[in-house]
Design a protein around this ligand. Sequence first.
Ligand code: C5P
Length: 304
Amino acid sequence: MRIRHYRQSLLVQAPAKLNLFLEVLGKRADGFHELVTLMMSVRLYDTLQFHDDPSGRIALRCRGADVSSVGFVPTGEDNLVMRAARLLREHTGVQRGAAIDLWKRIPSAAGLGGGSSDAAATLAALNRIWELHLPLGELSTLAARLGSDVPFFLGRSTSAICRGRGESIEPVEIPVGLWFVIVRPPSGLSTADVFAHLHSSSGIDSRSQTETDVETLVRHLQCGRRGRAAASLHNSLQVPAERLSGDVVRLRTEFDRQPVCGHLMSGSGSAYFGLCAGRREARRVAARIRAARIGRVFAASSGA
Ligand code: C5P
């Protein structure tokens, strides 16, 4: 994320993420699934602006494409931004409030981590404007209570292998500037639904094989071997997501026809991405998919 001062406020650019690898290892006693995933932030951003409010009131204004369409982005107390602000206040006992503006650009219910990134941005920004000075480790513990993906966005690394339910982060060095075409089809998917449909449709893999597979992918990406990396893209949530959503099947079929190195669904979907040879190729593929009118299309590179 990028944070800067703007007049009396803090402005934060909160990036989306893609999962280039996701394997589910099993279901845990707490109901979550144990997984190994490679997360990478991409330069597709929500923007948040934070003003301190000494009166103690916390207010959120939300704008953007998904906000106006009923039911996509909760704008009240359920929004992860509000929950992050309240959790931080509860944890520290601070009495201050904030006026928060959120411009949503990252599609929701898409597996792109938009809500999680907004929550991480809120923790980081309010930690500064409320002068709390909480260290990253403490913020990460709070982040994990808000959602499995939130700690990844708090970290400084643009790529990480995430384990546990996704909250345990191992940063990896992968050069930024990989180009992707990302498409959010008309329908979204609920993360809980996709995980719930996992057992009936796909197997659960062994840890040692999974570790080998994700490390192989990381090595290819580190060495710039895009073609070989593309062959190692993997998401075990794609099978259940395709059962739940014809849109995901349509996107896979469309990407099969495009000149991309490889393609995959991100996270629990429904967004889908293609890994491209470079910026020019990404722009070209994005234009072709836009013409097919099967969703909202973005060309974005990896980076914070
Ligand atoms: O942590 P998060 O709020 O993103 O999780 C949403 C839902 O997705 C959980 O309630 C759970 O049903 C499912 N989930 C899971 N295993 C994970 C992450 C999420 O089963 N590792």
